[in-house]
Design a protein around this ligand. Structure first.
Ligand SMILES: Nc1ncnc2c1ncn2[C@@H]1O[C@H](COP(=O)(O)OP(=O)(O)O)[C@@H](O)[C@H]1O
Ligand SMILES: [Mg+2]
Ligand SMILES: [Zn+2]
Length: 416
């Protein structure tokens, strides 16, 4: 039998006979029926990625001569067989740590809560207060990806051609920070041959929209579906494609147009009307999906100079978020959701009941802060996560009080 037809051969053949790596090898490898082929011949730099599937022998090659030689002498090349245990135990690698961030204890705690319950978060503060720095550190305090999550992320990054060469399964959660000038198709995906957009590249990781009000309204509208459904549908004339897009959304913004509304060192020059107009840019579907609003104040001179020698490292914080997620996994075992942020109204009612004290406190908050019904549900979800971080089966008054603090934009006095 013709040996050539027993193998699937992938690669980009260059004119001198070299075989160069290609995009999407993992997805292709997963779609090969193993009982119909003897193996998969791939470019050297795609070999680890192809071997992740573990169901078909993978033969790495560098040039056409090697392919011909191998087809004539199948024993000449050893197959790479993925070792599932090494694949899953490669530790994630984050190049930035929370201990680098001076001060901002309140914000760090808020981000811990966000990571613990998978809550979307908005950081509000003057330029240079550290919003981008803080958001960048969020993936490192999320629990490690499960093997399934890692496989999904690897497949997407492979198809997009941004998987690091000759890496196996991705262990580090993605962090995507598209610029505010990025077009809607680049954010949600599209093109004649549909390509995954930023919301899909951020799947199982963090999507950071820096300077949120600067994004085009069309982009913010387009975010509605991925935030609601955790996938995007891309329709073309003859078919509809579905890309996964479950991510933690982190956004940042200045408190007003000039940026200094909440800064004691600088005078804000905006009128109330200007501030209202600025804030109105982000109202609507996106703000509806954000559970926590965190104010990030400018650092004082003492904080800048002395820093915070005892600041906790990301792995320390992560230990607590992992524990809180374990509690949530147990709670939602048969419900199809995995974290508090995904609770629907009925589940909130069931899992976030309050005692008399708690009810009194939240009634006071509703009256004083004019909270909407939506904000009320968000406070309860966040309070549930805070209780989980404290390993408390019941939501206590202090958990609720902390959750109420994370709703800055609901406060009526935001515009003075
Ligand atoms: N809390 C902080 N601790 C340490 N460095 C900080 C802090 N806040 C800001 N910086 C420094 O200032 C720079 C600008 O911060 P950045 O995160 O870009 O601010 P923002 O996004 O709020 O405008 C950072 O790269 C960092 O060097
Ligand atoms: Mg920034
Ligand atoms: Zn201002």
């Amino acid at each position: 039998m013709n040996r050539f037809s027993q193998y699937v051969i992938l690669g980009e053949l260059s004119l001198n006979g070299d075989i160069k790596p290609i995009k999407g090898v993992l997805a292709i490898a997963l779609s090969i029926p193993p009982d119909q082929y003897a193996g998969l011949i791939v470019p050297q730099n795609n070999a680890k990625e192809a071997a992740i599937t573990g169901h078909i022998p993978v033969y790495p090659v560098q040039n056409l001569c090697q392919v011909v030689y191998f087809l004539n002498n199948p024993a000449a090349l050893p197959a790479i067989i993925a070792d599932k245990t090494t694949l899953s135990s490669s530790p994630p690698c984050y190049d930035a740590d929370f201990s680098d961030v001076k001060g901002q204890v309140f914000v760090k705690r808020g981000l811990e809560v966000a990571a613990a319950g998978s809550h979307n978060v908005l950081l509000i503060g003057p330029p240079g207060s550290g919003k981008s720095m803080l958001a960048k550190r969020l993936p490192a305090i999320l629990p490690d990806m499960t093997q399934q999550e890692a496989l999904e992320a690897t497949k997407i990054h492979s198809i997009a051609g941004i998987l690091k060469t000759n890496n196996g399964l991705m262990a580090t959660r993605p962090f995507r920070a598209p610029h505010h000038t990025t077009s809607a198709p680049a954010i949600v995906g599209g093109g004649t041959y549909p390509k995954p957009g930023e919301v899909t590249l951020a799947h199982n990781g963090v999507l950071f929209l820096d300077e949120l009000p600067e994004f085009n309204r069309e982009v913010l509208e387009a975010m509605r579906q991925p935030l609601e459904d955790h996938h995007v549908l891309i329709s073309r004339a003859n078919k509809t494609l579905q890309f996964p897009s479950r991510f933690l959304l982190a956004c940042s913004m200045n408190p007003c147009c000039c940026g200094f509304l909440s800064d004691p060192q600088h005078r804000c020059t905006c009128s109330t009307h200007q501030i209202r107009k600025y804030l109105s840019k982000i109202s609507g579907p996106l703000l509806d999906r954000i559970d926590l609003h965190l104010e990030v104040p400018a650092l004082s001179s003492t904080e800048i100079m002395i820093g915070n020698p005892q600041a906790e490292s990301s792995p320390c914080i992560k230990k607590r978020t992992v524990q809180a997620r374990e509690i949530q996994q147990e709670r939602f075992r048969d419900t199809g959701i995995c974290a508090n942020a995904y609770m629907n109204h009925r589940q909130i009612k069931y899992y976030c009941s309050l005692d008399g004290e708690g009810k009194k406190l939240i009634r006071m908050a509703i009256d004083e802060l004019s909270l909407s019904a939506r904000a009320y549900d968000k406070i309860l979800k966040v309070a549930r996560t805070i209780a989980d971080l404290a390993k408390s089966p019941k939501i206590q008054t202090n958990h609720l009080a902390e959750a109420i603090q994370y709703r800055s934009l609901d406060r009526q006095n935001w515009c003075r």
